[in-house]
Write a protein that binds this ligand. Structure first.
Ligand code: ZN
Length: 112
């Protein structure tokens, strides 16, 4: 992949990523705050169960968020041509600036 192709692909990915996570966060907080009226109606004998389910929901969300984020980055195709590691964020910026992959030290892109 050439550097200019990488930049186009990265811009598209970041735009789609922003929309995806925006929708995800809206759904997450809708579920979270949607529990507030429901929580007041939970019988006292179910309080412990309710808290445990809520904690599982929060921890599960963190695990799912990390997994989905990593999977989206891998599927983006924004990788070094030599070592195939992801070039997003700081590694991507370094590769664009220097032309060298910070993971393996070899050329990150094909020649123009
Ligand atoms: Zn590399």
């Amino acid at each position: 992949m050439k550097r200019r192709d990488y930049l186009k692909k990265r811009d598209t990915f970041l735009r789609q990523d922003k929309v995806f996570w925006g929708i995800y966060l809206v759904c997450f907080f809708a579920l979270l705050f949607g529990n507030i009226p429901f929580a007041a109606k939970v019988p006292k004998s179910w309080n412990t169960t309710y808290v445990v389910v809520l904690l599982i929901f929060l921890v599960g969300n963190a695990v799912i968020t990390a997994w989905v984020g990593r999977r989206r980055m891998q599927q983006s195709g924004l990788v070094c041509k030599s070592c195939k590691k992801t070039l997003l964020g700081m590694p991507g910026n370094l590769a664009v600036t220097t032309g060298v992959c910070c993971h393996c030290g070899k050329e990150a892109f094909d020649h123009e």
